[in-house]
Design a protein around this ligand. Structure first.
Ligand code: PLP
Length: 357
């Protein structure tokens, strides 16, 4: 197998893939695949319950939160959040730190007055606005932010301390380090980066925020409906849920999120360290807010971009092209990307620099 630096759907732990391969046609001797089981069967319910419990253990999620396994991607959360959390309020606060924040903001504008409390757009999304300068509303239903901007490679190094319930799009950094969930009203994450395969979205929501959806909220967009039905109001993405469960077990075997945070920091430090000492490669992000998950970089001569990508692929280093909206390169180094993949990437970058600088 090659090393895969895709931003999403992203690499999965090899061990998980091999286990799934072993179990694919006949799960634990029951005579069929998890894909072929009724979601209401005892077998699947046990798979789902165990995955949910392991996820709660990893993040130390308290009983005052519901964990929902839903569909529609993180993009559906851009509307589910306002539909469920506005209640009788008319304003929500949003922080604008990149392309994903912008999408969340434009969707929320369909439902409420959006107050953009701070934006780094003038800095081309290379930093996080100083918290002291945020223009918070007096009566916001919630504050939404994107702790890790997958495209720009910008990551918060603090959790905003605000009065309104805090809502975070953790799609690209959930499970990368321990997190104090009790500071949040709601966290959501599309699975296809650090959780499992695409098709599943996890929502962690504080129970007191449930049951306030607008009357016109589609049934499947109402968190309360999913909470009451154990995320089985309709057929859930059973295979993605099962595979995510295997990833949670793998994370536990690695030593949990504290251990993952150390590994992730080591991987990111190495890569940024190499980029910074080179005149051939550069990363534009304010060093304080550089993402440990998504590392964008550019070559001094962008005429070499396609050659770089072609040679990388030949070296079995996949998916290093930057997002289509920004160009350049991006190495996504989520949990499942091993440290030796980062070493291989750096070796390749050194050799390319030697040949083409
Ligand atoms: N939010 C962030 C931070 C993302 O990185 C992505 C996807 O890359 C999304 C939202 C959209 O996720 P989905 O494709 O699951 O709707």
């Amino acid at each position: 197998r090659a090393y895969n630096f895709c931003a999403g759907p992203a690499a999965l732990p090899e061990e998980v893939l091999f286990q799934a391969q072993e179990e694919i046609a006949n799960w634990h001797g029951v005579g069929c695949s998890v894909m072929e089981m009724s979601h209401r069967s005892d077998e699947f319910v046990s798979i789902a319950d165990e995955a949910t419990q392991d996820f709660k253990d990893l993040l130390a999620i308290g009983d005052d939160y519901e964990v929902l396994f839903v569909q529609g991607g993180a993009s559906s959360q851009f509307s589910m959040v306002p539909l469920n959390l506005l209640s009788d309020k008319t304003t929500a606060d949003y922080v604008n730190t990149g392309q994903w924040s912008k999408k969340a903001i434009s969707e929320a504008k369909r439902y409420c007055d959006v107050n953009v409390v701070a934006s780094s757009e003038a800095e081309n999304f290379t930093t996080v606005p100083d918290f002291d300068q945020w223009a918070l509303s007096k009566d916001a239903a919630y504050l939404h932010y994107t702790p890790n901007e997958t495209i720009g490679g910008v990551e918060f190094d603090f959790i905003p301390n605000v009065d309104a319930p805090l809502v975070a799009d953790y799609s690209s950094s959930i499970l990368s380090e321990p997190l104090d969930v009790s500071k949040f009203g709601l966290i959501y994450a599309g699975a296809q980066k650090n959780i499992g395969p695409a098709g599943l979205t996890i929502v962690i929501v504080r129970k007191d925020l449930l049951g306030k959806a607008k009357d016109f909220t589609p049934t499947m967009f109402d968190y309360q409906v999913h909470a009451k039905a154990g995320s089985m109001n309709n057929t859930p993405p059973t295979y993605a849920w099962y595979l995510s469960g295997l990833v949670f077990k793998w994370l536990k075997r690695q030593g949990g999120l504290k251990e993952m945070a150390e590994i992730n920091k080591r991987k990111a430090d190495k890569l940024y360290g190499y980029i910074d000492q080179s005149d051939f490669y550069s990363n534009p992000v304010d060093p304080r807010y550089r993402s440990r998950m998504n590392v964008p970089f550019v070559l001094a001569d962008d005429q070499l971009d396609s050659k770089f990508l072609q040679k990388a692929e030949e070296a079995r280093l996949l998916n290093l092209a930057g997002h289509r909206s920004v160009g350049g390169m991006r190495a996504s180094i989520y949990n499942a990307v091993p440290e030796r993949a980062v070493d291989a990437l750096i070796d390749f970058m050194k050799a390319f620099e030697k040949d083409y600088a």
